[in-house]
Design a protein around this ligand. Structure first.
Ligand code: FA5
Length: 347
């Protein structure tokens, strides 16, 4: 009987590799291991064996069963892979083939100008060694205000009209500056990071104000960082985004989380500085806020302000997009009108 067992195993081993599909595999398994299978048939002959022979045969039959199960499992995996590969070989589609899309009456897509500019900004800062961080849209009061040197009842809270949740502890972040503290909590100086994302303010809408818009935060912490470092990175940003010299001005600006603080304005590229609805007839458009990080903010981020300092900036991305592509109303960016989006297919 032991010889017969060996014979069945050999026969199994010789034929398992020729099983070509999963249904065939199920049939093959039943043929050897099923209730009416070859192994069961042999085992039913055990009743004629002596106790000693039964022990030896039983152990051997168990080994054979395990070897078969292992081989079946291995072959099943191969068959599955072969089936997937065969399907891929037969059914693949070239998703870059735009004629197919046109045939179906659809049009090819392009990147939204906001996405394009966000990606360009990320590439510029990645190439200068900055990390990219992300943070929550639903934020608590601490990260959006308190840790940024804007305690409760501070008048600066009114600078940004906030969408509060009913618990009055959570809010939709009004600025990407919430990542300043979160970033410092994660990193020891020296560090350089940027944080792009959506921000929300309960604003009256006009040509340059949206309620949901995008900012791009930047922060650098280290030893003896100065305003000139900050200007260097901002200049590089503008040069790379516009690929030409554009007129900007840096003027003092108040933000409780920086000291000194500045605002950088573009000369309005829509009217060439003559005055229009985007620049509110003044010829300049606010691009970003920036400055040297306030020691209280460094402290809130767990950083020793006697040893380290740094700069931070928060850029309005929607307005940057408007300047780069000469878009005369920020609301065009968000309203999903295809006549607008289609103009950017080439970018
Ligand atoms: C801030 O939000 C500060 N967190 C920026 C900052 C960061 C200062 C780090 C210092 C250090 P502000 O509220 O000015 O600042 O917004 C920054 C930029 O976002 C503005 O310059 C403008 O370009 C853009 N922005 C502000 N409000 C709107 C809006 N409603 N719609 C579109 N863009 C806006």
């Amino acid at each position: 009987m032991l010889d017969k067992l060996q014979e069945v195993l050999k026969e199994f081993e010789n034929s398992v590799s020729s099983v070509k599909s999963l249904p065939e595999m199920a049939q093959f398994k039943a043929e050897y291991l099923g209730k009416k299978g070859k192994l069961k048939a042999l085992m039913s002959g055990m009743r004629d064996l002596s106790v000693e022979e039964k022990k030896t045969f039983g152990a051997k039959a168990n080994e054979v069963k395990q070897a078969m199960e292992l081989a079946l499992e291995k072959r099943s995996q191969q068959v599955e892979l072969e089936e997937i590969n065969a399907k891929l070989e037969k059914n693949w589609q070239d998703i870059t083939w735009t004629d197919r899309i046109k045939d179906k009456g659809q049009q090819s897509a392009g990147l939204h100008p906001l996405t394009q500019v966000m990606r360009d900004l990320e590439d510029i800062f990645l190439s200068m060694g900055f990390d990219i961080l992300d943070g929550p849209h639903i934020e608590n009061e601490y990260y959006n205000f308190e840790a940024l040197n804007v305690p409760a009842n501070h008048p600066a809270r009114d600078m940004q009209d906030t969408f509060w949740f009913t618990d009055m502890k959570h809010l939709l972040r009004t600025q990407t500056s919430n990542i300043q503290i979160r970033g410092m909590e994660q990193k020891d100086p020296p560090f350089k990071f940027v944080a792009p994302g959506k921000v929300f303010r309960c604003e009256s809408l006009d040509a340059s104000h949206e309620a949901a818009f995008h900012q791009f935060e930047g922060m650098m912490g280290g030893k003896d960082i100065s305003v000139s470092h900050m200007i260097h990175f901002l200049r590089t940003l503008l040069r790379e985004i516009f690929k030409k010299e554009i007129k900007v001005r840096l003027r003092p600006g108040y933000f409780p989380f920086v000291e000194p603080g500045f605002e950088l304005d573009y000369e309005c590229l829509l009217c060439g500085g003559k005055g229009c609805s985007v620049c509110k007839q003044v010829g300049w458009v606010e691009a970003l806020g920036c400055g040297m990080v306030h020691p209280t903010v460094l402290k809130a981020g767990g950083i020793d302000a006697k040893k380290w300092n740094g700069f931070a900036f928060g850029l309005g991305v929607d307005r940057l997009v408007m300047m780069r592509y000469h878009i005369d109303d920020v609301r065009h960016l968000h309203h999903g009108d295809l006549r607008f989006s289609e103009q950017f297919r080439a970018y």
